[in-house]
Write a protein that binds this ligand. Sequence first.
Ligand code: DC
Length: 215
Amino acid sequence: MNIAIDGPAGAGKSTIAKLVADKKGFIYVDTGAMYRSIALYIIENNVDSDNDDAVKTACDNIDIKIKYVDKVQHIYLNDEDVSTAIRREEVGNMASKVATKKVVRDKLLNLQRELAASNDVIMDGRDIGTFVLPNAELKIYLTASVYTRAKRRYDQLIEKGEEPNLEKIEEDIEKRDYQDMHRDIAPLKQADDAVLLDSSDMSIEEVVDKIISLI
Ligand code: DC
């Protein structure tokens, strides 16, 4: 069985997908991590992300592998486990930027489809229900207001001992939404047959229970 969860940055997709995967014995596939790994390579190697030829050469030099350790996804960029390094804000913003490029999207598509073909997966991203897995048995479009998403992120950073700026987080989220929704290839949008869930006023448990009941 394949379940697709799409939605904007910070809607809670990964938290919820992980919990549902645990309860149902599915594998959770985080496709954002794949885009983030390419972004990390681009940042670390000072690749000019505005130069299509440079991004193509970078893609040719990148090997991405996914492994599951105790059902938790680990992602390897040229054999290095980058699962933690890719979580930085800067990497997410670069991922959104390079995800507009065809060469980057093409590189990841097969890996995503292969994982779904050989496992029961719950896969999250931006274009899973609309493009990667158009025949997924269940599609969810998970969203929440910009303020709710920014506040959740803000609270996470405070918990980590950082000193975030809520307005700046809101601006970054709006920019990322715009970029992800307005690109030419596979933009973020709700699939016609997706169930819309707005988590602004729902707890994590409520969203998880709703998805389990839909399954
Ligand atoms: O879900 P995330 O924040 O880790 O994703 C980072 C960026 O990667 C996101 O802003 C856009 C891109 N992305 C994408 O274009 N398609 C996907 N299926 C997943 C992520």
